[in-house]
Design a protein around this ligand. Structure first.
Ligand code: F6R
Length: 243
C-alpha cells in the first residue's frame, strides 16, 4: 500500500482527481468506481475543471458508484443519485446510460449490479472515502467480509456521522445497498482519501493494524495497487508511528 500525506485536505482530494484523470487519459473507456460524501467533492471539482478546459473527455467512460441509501427517492437531494448529478454527472459529458448506482433492497438487485460491473470489464480505478469506524462503501465493521453488492444496516456511528446532511438523525435512512468488499478488492487500482482528525484512528488501523472485518478498510493491505491519500490530520497517527 502506498501512503501519501498532504498539507491540506483539498490537496489530498485533488491528488485523487489527478489519478482518475490520468486513468481516463490513458484509457478513454475506463470504468470508474465512484464515491459520495464530503471527501471526494474537490476531486470532482478538479475533474469538471479539466473537462471544461478540454483536458479530459468522459464520452466513453463508464461509472459505478459504491452505494445508495435504501428507501430514499433518487430525486431526493440527499440521495447519492442526486449527489452524483450535482457534483459530476450534470457537469461533464458522461452519457447517462453509462452511469450506474446500486438501487433496490433485494439480493437480486445486488446480483444485477455485480453482473453489470462484470459485463463492463471490471473497475479500473475505485475511489474511496473512509468512515470513522473504518467502513468503505457501506461495509460496516462486522464478523465477516462481504463479497458482492448487498443490503446493509447502518451502524449508529455512521447514522450519526451522516446526520449532518439531514434535518435530524431520525431522518437518516437505516439501510443502504453497497458494493461488497469483494467488489472493491476486484478493482484494478484503489485510491482511498481520508481527511480530518476524526479519520486518524481509522487510517492508522487500516495501514498498521491487523486485517479484520472489524476494520473493513484493513483488507486493503492485501490489495496489489492501493494508494491512501491523507491530510496531516487524518495521517497523524501513522506519521507519528513512522517517525
Ligand atoms: C460514500 C461512502 C462512504 C464514505 C464515508 C466517508 O459513497 O461509501 O464510505 O466514503 O462514509 O464519508 P465522508 O467523506 O462524508 O466523510
Amino acid at each position: 500500500m502506498e501512503f501519501h500525506v498532504y498539507e491540506s485536505a483539498r490537496a489530498a482530494c485533488e491528488a485523487a482527481g489527478v489519478l482518475i484523470a490520468a486513468q481516463v487519459t490513458r484509457k478513454g473507456d475506463s470504468v470508474l468506481g465512484l464515491a459520495t460524501g464530503s471527501t471526494p467533492i474537490p476531486a470532482y471539482e478538479m475533474l469538471v475543471q479539466w473537462y471544461e478546459r478540454g483536458v479530459i473527455d468522459f464520452d466513453r467512460v463508464r461509472t459505478f458508484n459504491l452505494d445508495e441509501y435504501v428507501g430514499i427517492d433518487h430525486k431526493n437531494p440527499l440521495s447519492y443519485h442526486a449527489f452524483m448529478q450535482e457534483h459530476l454527472f450534470s457537469k461533464v459529458n458522461l452519457r447517462p446510460e453509462n452511469t450506474h448506482l446500486p438501487s433496490g433492497h433485494s439480493a437480486e438487485a445486488g446480483l444485477r449490479y455485480d453482473r453489470a460491473i462484470h459485463e463492463a470489464g471490471g473497475i479500473d480505478i475505485q475511489l474511496l472515502g473512509i468512515g470513522r469506524n473504518g467502513h468503505i462503501g457501506f461495509n460496516e465493521p462486522a464478523k465477516d467480509f462481504t463479497f458482492g453488492t448487498h443490503v446493509v444496516t447502518l451502524t449508529q456511528d455512521t447514522i450519526e456521522a451522516n446526520a449532518r446532511f439531514f434535518k435530524s438523525p431520525d431522518d437518516v435512512p437505516r439501510q443502504a445497498i453497497s458494493m461488497g468488499i469483494g467488489n472493491i478488492m476486484a478493482a484494478k487500482c484503489v485510491v482511498l482519501v481520508a481527511t480530518g482528525a476524526d479519520k486518524a484512528d481509522a487510517v492508522y488501523k487500516t495501514l498498521c493494524g491487523p486485517i479484520t472485518p472489524q476494520v473493513p478498510a484493513s483488507i486493503l493491505q492485501l490489495h496489489p495497487c492501493c494508494v491512501i491519500l491523507a491530510d496531516h490530520e487524518a495521517g497523524a497517527l501513522v506519521e507519528r508511528e513512522s517517525r
